[in-house]
Design a binder for this molecule. Structure first.
Ligand code: 4FV
Length: 234
């Protein structure tokens, strides 16, 4: 899989892209991920990427020309035979869920657009963006961290990125359930014992206990998920 990011702060991705799973997956050639400086697609002396909003109001808006030029250079023109899926991270986007991460992990090439300022000129969205995704109902200063969230959520589902694929299969939201509590050594810590069933070696009992815990935690912490099994992402 290839992931390109359009941003005015490519340096924000350096450590993120060379660390841990992403770093080793890129080295192994399983993933190609690159951040591109939007200013490379400007042609004026000040390398301008933003301007004042039409209609007045606070802040600045990202100019359409550099954005469309950058996106088309990386993904080609918008249309059915475009080689990549172009995603703008924005609070106005569709809420990003695990099921969407699973779908996107099936794509061969993603181009993520990280906005800044008050947002981007709507014409750039209409002319060059395929989809808008929001990572949560809060406002950040930039789309870079949302892009990193999307990269990590999708990349770890790409075969060969996570060492043990089993750990990806059985996890929270895989089937709209939270995972229950996890434990490791020591068996007793500050007087608190690891549940005996987990130390029993009885794998059927362990699986039953984990399923009960997952349901119980989901019912108590995220009852909204209980009704979401299977239809999410439809
Ligand atoms: C955001 C979100 C987000 C809004 C203005 C960037 C900022 C600035 N993106 N999910 N929540 N973006 O807050 O995706 O341009």
């Amino acid at each position: 899989m290839r992931i390109d990011v359009v941003t005015i702060f490519p340096e924000l991705f350096e450590a993120f892209l060379r660390t841990s799973l992403l770093g080793s997956a890129r080295e192994a050639g399983v993933l190609a991920v690159e951040a591109h400086d939007l200013r490379r697609f400007t042609h004026d002396r000040h390398r301008s990427v933003d301007d004042v909003p039409y209609g007045g109001g606070p802040g600045m808006v990202m100019k359409p020309e550099p954005l469309v030029e950058a996106i088309e250079a990386l993904a080609g023109p918008k249309g059915p035979d475009r080689g990549a899926r172009v995603i703008l991270l924005s609070p106005q986007g569709t809420p990003f869920h695990q099921a969407r991460a699973v779908e996107l992990a099936g794509e061969s090439h993603l181009v993520l657009v990280a906005g800044r300022y008050e947002g981007v000129d709507q014409r750039a969205v209409e002319l060059a963006v395929d989809e808008e995704l929001a990572i949560g109902d809060y406002v950040l200063c930039g789309g870079e961290i949302p892009a990193m969230v999307a990269i990590e959520a999708v990349a770890r589902l790409v075969p060969g990125v996570v060492g043990n694929p089993a750990s990806v299969e059985t996890e929270s939201f895989g089937d709209a359930r939270l995972e229950g509590p996890q434990y490791t050594r020591p068996a007793v810590f500050r007087g608190l014992e690891v549940p005996a069933v987990l130390r029993s070696g009885n794998h059927a009992a362990i699986a039953r206990w984990r399923a009960e815990q997952a349901f119980e935690w989901t019912r108590r912490r995220r009852p909204d998920l209980l009704g979401r099994r299977r239809e999410e992402g439809s």
